[in-house]
Design a protein around this ligand. Structure first.
Ligand SMILES: [Zn+2]
Length: 199
């Protein structure tokens, strides 16, 4: 495969990038000075070299534990559970939440063969064990069918720990994704969160 074809194929694998856009990006890079493309390839390489998952919460970080887990101004008694590390960014952007996070690394999706074993649940339960400071778990999985199923699974799983399990209020677009929700909507959904398991 030629260098051009190879890069086009790599770009085309990215979310939201079709074959045409992949070609446009590749030809754009061909016209750039060598130093500019070298900078891009260094930045891409640095991702896998320097970024890893926080051993405590699963958030993406260069320092382990991450800056959120080690921030003394944050409240360790509230943990916000999200599907992906990109959702941490979305909730942080809303500026409403001052607790800790737990990244599941996905959501339950039986049709895709994604069961509880595929999610970082052992680490979550470990954080909720004896002597845990966690008093509330806010389930902030996406308002999709899979996200809701995951939320209910978590509620049943965490019930024995005695911590309150709450869910973001409705208002987030159903079937939408947290990552793309605006900050005001996320802040409101956090403020109006409701306890799960009462119904
Ligand atoms: Zn962390």
């Amino acid at each position: 495969m030629s260098a051009i074809d190879e890069l086009v194929a790599e770009f085309a694998r990215l979310p939201g990038i079709g074959r045409k856009t992949a070609q446009r990006l590749t030809y754009f890079l061909l016209k750039q000075p060598g130093e500019s493309t070298a900078r891009l390839s260094r930045a891409v390489a640095a991702l896998s070299e320097r970024v890893r998952a926080c051993s405590r919460c699963g958030n993406l970080t260069e320092a382990d534990p991450c800056a959120i887990c080690t921030d003394p101004r944050r409240d360790p008694s509230v943990v916000c559970v999200v599907e992906e590390a990109s959702d941490v960014l979305a909730v942080e952007r809303a500026g409403e939440f001052r607790g800790h996070y737990h990244v599941l690394g996905g959501r339950l999706s039986p049709l895709d063969g994604i069961g509880p074993d595929a999610l970082h649940l052992t680490a979550l339960l470990a954080r909720m064990g004896p002597g845990s400071l966690v008093r509330e778990v806010i389930v902030a999985t996406n308002p999709s069918v899979e996200g809701e199923a995951t939320a209910h699974f978590l509620e049943r799983l965490l019930r024995p720990t005695g911590a309150a399990v709450t869910r973001l209020a409705r208002g987030l677009p159903v079937g939408g994704e947290l990552e793309y929700a605006d900050s005001v909507t996320i802040a409101q959904a956090l403020q109006a969160r409701r306890t799960m398991g009462d119904a």
